[in-house]
Design a protein around this ligand. Structure first.
Ligand SMILES: *Cc1c(COP(=O)(O)O)cnc(C)c1O
Length: 392
């Protein structure tokens, strides 16, 4: 749908500038600098079939279209479709591409809701999902011996931060004739741009860093393919899963500071990770920005920094981990990540409770694992809070 910033200008602007300007221009009627919230269900037609590109807000909405223009510009794409939530985007992706009897290969560590969608809903319609360690080229190559329509990768994977080499997966999947979609929620285009590495589709839960303020739910599917975008827009209209204009408007404001926020989030996370790594009660720490991370080299190559999420386990197992989480004062004990506020989460009982226990444990999501989304507070304050929470 038409967006007001001339798309031939946007690609030449720097990322920081696109985060502020792409997709939006002063309102032509009033001069309002912010794209208005077009809180309208319908659009009056001049004559039957004569309209300005908008007909009904389940199909398309001007505020949502402004956000789509901006997100597409940030990923280096032509097309974006925004959804009510990240999972609505995942559902639209899967339903667009997979017919009954067809098969998807999905990273073995993914957001818990993604597992639930494939195992508890799509399986009922004979769509098969095989959960594969996509960080291993040999595991992926052998999974691709049998026909697969979709390869769905999450990197870094929530919550263990396992990485998948996007360029490698894209090459192998393309040879096998599969579409590659990357859930890039944990890094955002400020730190990772999967389309530039060969992927076909980028998926975001904009709920997280893109909006960034714990204020909205939202999702997006971004692609350079007009054909794929048409499928996504069709499914969105059919399912009724479009994002609300108000959420799109808040996200348009949040995304303006995305480059600044991601830089600070990651710098703070590195400080906190170093503290945890040196803490005598921390027995396992996962942070891609530290040399101790098994895939640190891939992180350096593929992402702009270590990102803002880390995971750790404390000595004494589940009980000790839960005790520490119950003792935080500044960090918020909650489900969600990617907000200005630091959030501490227990994946086994919260975000990944829908994943069968054996599947969780086999992929390192132990009952004692603690996930930390490092926020924008002064890092010494976060560290002080963790220090007192970890004190025996
Ligand atoms: C939160 C999340 C989702 C789901 O997004 P919602 O907006 O909560 O529906 C998908 N993928 C990842 C990696 C997430 O963190």
């Amino acid at each position: 749908m038409a967006t007001s910033l001339k798309s031939e200008i946007a690609p030449h602007l720097a990322f920081e500038t696109r985060a502020l300007h792409a997709g939006a221009a002063p309102d032509p009627v009033t001069g309002a600098i912010l794209t208005p919230i077009y809180q309208s269900t319908t659009y009056v037609q001049e004559a039957v079939g004569v309209h300005k590109g908008y007909t009904y807000s389940r199909t398309a909405n001007p505020t949502v279209a402004a956000l789509e223009g901006r997100l597409a510009a940030l990923e280096g794409a032509e097309h974006a479709a925004c959804f009510a939530t990240g999972l609505a985007a995942t559902a639209a992706l899967a339903l667009s591409l997979l017919d009954a009897g067809e098969r998807a290969i999905v990273s073995d560590v993914v957001y818990g809701g993604t597992v639930r969608l494939f195992q508890q809903v799509l399986a009922r319609f004979s769509v098969q999902a095989e959960f594969v360690d996509t960080s291993s080229a040999s595991h992926l190559a052998s999974a691709l011996q049998r026909p697969a329509r979709l390869v769905f990768v999450e990197t870094p994977a929530n919550p263990t931060l396992k990485l998948t080499d996007i360029a490698l997966v894209s090459r192998l999947a393309r040879e096998a004739g599969a579409v590659v979609a990357v859930d890039s929620t944990l890094l955002t285009p400020a730190l990772q741009r999967p389309l530039e590495l060969g992927a076909d589709v980028v998926l975001h839960s904009t709920t997280k860093f893109i909006e960034g303020h714990n204020a909205t739910l939202g999702g997006a599917l971004i692609t350079r393919s007009a054909e794929l975008h048409e499928k996504f827009a069709f499914l969105r209209n059919t399912l009724g899963a479009i994002q609300s204009p108000f959420n799109a408007w808040l996200t348009l404001q949040g995304v303006k500071t995305l480059p600044l926020r991601m830089e600070r989030h990651a710098a703070n996370a590195l400080r906190v990770a170093r503290f945890l790594e040196g803490h005598p009660r921390v027995v396992r720490l996962l942070y891609p920005g530290l040399p101790s991370f098994p895939q640190h080299e891939l992180a350096r190559k593929q992402q702009g920094s270590g990102g803002a999420i880390l995971a750790f386990e404390v000595e004494g197992g589940v009980e000790a981990g839960i005790r520490a989480m119950n003792r935080v004062r500044l960090c918020a004990l909650a489900e969600n990540l990617g907000a200005a506020e630091t959030i501490i989460t227990h994946p086994a009982s919260m975000t990944h409770a829908a994943v069968p226990a054996e599947q969780r444990l086999a992929t390192g999501i132990t009952d004692g694992l603690i996930r930390l989304s490092v926020g924008l507070e002064e890092p010494d304050d976060i560290i002080e809070d963790l220090r007192q929470a970890l004190a025996a």
